[in-house]
Each structure stands twice: as C-alpha cells, then as structure tokens.
Ligand binder design. Structure first.
Ligand code: ZZB
Length: 241
C-alpha cells in the first residue's frame, strides 16, 4: 500500500513532553490515500491511549508517529542510518492532545489534535488527518466531539479547538453533493463514531465515487490555491487530422 505522508507542523508553545525538543522542527505525520482532499482538513486525530514516538530524521527534523511506521521509514532513507531510528521522546496520544498545528494545504490556518478512539495501530502512522467533508469516520467523530461537552472535557479539549471547525466543501460528487460524508451519514442515520458497520458501509459508498467522479469545487481556486487549466485533447486533434 502506498500512502502520501502529510506533514503537520507543531506550533509553539510545544507541549510539556516536547520541552527538550525546543528549536527543532516537529511534525505530526499522517498517512493518507486521498491527498487531493487535504484542503478540507479540520483537525488531526490521535488515539489517547496509543503509543507514539518522536524520532529524528536525517536533516534533524522530528517526526511523530508509531514506532512501527518509524521502523518502516528507517528502511526508506528517512533516517541518518539505514534501518535505525533515533527515538527522542516516547509518548501516548493524550500527551499531544489539543496541540496546535499548521499544514501547508489546509484552508484553516491552525488546526488541533483531537481524540479518535478507533485509530488502528497497524495502519499508516497512527496519526490520521481528518476530512469530515469526505470521510464518514471523520465526520462522525468530529460531530461527537462538537455535540458532547463531557467528551471534550474528558480529553482536555477546549471549545475553540472544535466548535469553529466545519466540513469544507472541496469535491463535488454526483448524487452526494459537495459534502458527501455529511450527506451519506445523514441518509444512513449514523449516530456516532461507534456505529462501526454502518460507517464501513458509508465509506465504501463514497470512496470510489469521490475519487473517480469527484470534481474539485471553486473553493481552492477562489482561495488562490489552485488554478484551472485547459488542454486541447490530442485524440480530437488526431481524429480531425
Ligand atoms: C484523508 C482522507 C480523506 C481519507 C477522505 C479517507 C477519505 P483504508 O481505505 O481503510 O486503507 N487512516 C489512515 N491511517 C489510519 C489508521 N491507523 N486508523 C484509522 N484510519 C486511518 O484507509 C485509509 C484512510 O483511513 C486514510 O485516508 C486515512 O484517512 C485513514 F475523504 O486520509 B484518509 C471515504 C474515505 N475518504
């Protein structure tokens, strides 16, 4: 499986756990199969009880991810010594909950790490980017946090890290509109992130459609993040020749 790793820069002040990393560039890295949706990121998910590490790359930057994914990176030329990881900090998700981040591709200037309890240990980096416009899991989990104050409180999440963040329309999908995860969750009456089977079905419904039939909306163009470019079709030209 080939993923794109999205780098999210940890903004100062660094959390307590990273106090000895002062002066270094620290990134949470999220593995995605849908890099074209990154404009719609509203937050980053980490699992409160899952173990992560902060490890040093060849150029001195620091990546935060699972040990398993760091080991894989070490065999792909990320680290100074092939096959070796330099662990700077060991932590659990809760240690970096509510941390402010910036990503080059987000429409929100600042986003936060929030808790998702269903993150899998054996997939990607254990850090998951949240695109509630297009990913049903993300929409359900973000809605849970918005609706349930005690849930936010339990993980030390402040209102301003969640409440201002709404799904961003980026891709227009036939039948589902430009917030396809929202549409499908409403249609299927999904109540929360714990409706696992329904969410799996919702994901299958929108996945391929979003990827193959989705059309980027005007939003990125309006924000000056993308431009539309037309090219004459070669086939048409050769047919008329
Ligand atoms: C942004 C995004 C936008 C994603 C979307 C999906 C969708 P898959 O298909 O099952 O292999 N992900 C990555 N790592 C994990 C993890 N450890 N635990 C749980 N979820 C994880 O899943 C790959 C997708 O699952 C990744 O792509 C990531 O979310 C998430 F609009 O990144 B994606 C309909 C799905 N749409």
């Amino acid at each position: 499986q080939e993923y794109t790793l999205i780098k999210l820069k940890v903004l100062e002040p660094y959390p307590q756990k990273f106090s000895k990393l002062k002066g270094k560039n620290i990134y949470l890295v999220a593995a995605t199969l849908r890099p074209e949706t990154m404009f719609g990121q509203t937050n980053i998910w980490v699992r409160p009880d899952m173990k992560y590490i902060a490890h040093e790359l060849e150029n001195g930057d620091v990546f935060v991810c699972t040990r398993r994914s760091a080991r894989n990176m070490a065999y792909q030329g990320f680290t100074k010594e092939d096959g070796k990881i330099n662990v700077l900090v060991e932590l659990v998700g809760q240690d970096i909950m509510g941390v402010a981040l910036s990503g080059p591709l987000t429409s929100y200037k600042k986003i936060y790490t929030l808790p998702m309890l269903t993150i899998k240990e054996d997939k990607g980096t254990g850090v998951v980017t949240s695109v509630p416009s297009d990913a049903p899991d993300d929409f359900a989990a973000l809605r849970d946090l918005k609706n349930k104050q005690p849930f936010r409180e339990k993980y030390g999440i402040k209102d301003e890290m969640v409440l201002p963040y709404d799904p961003v329309p980026i891709i227009d999908v036939p039948e589902f509109g430009n917030l396809c995860a929202v549409t499908v969750c409403e249609q299927m009456k999904i109540q929360s992130q714990n409706d696992r089977d329904q969410l799996q079905e919702a994901k299958e419904k929108v996945y391929l459609k979003g990827f193959y039939e989705g059309i980027m909306t005007k939003k990125m163009v309006d924000a000056g993040e993308a431009v539309i470019y037309f090219e004459p079709e070669k086939q048409v030209m050769s047919r008329s020749a």
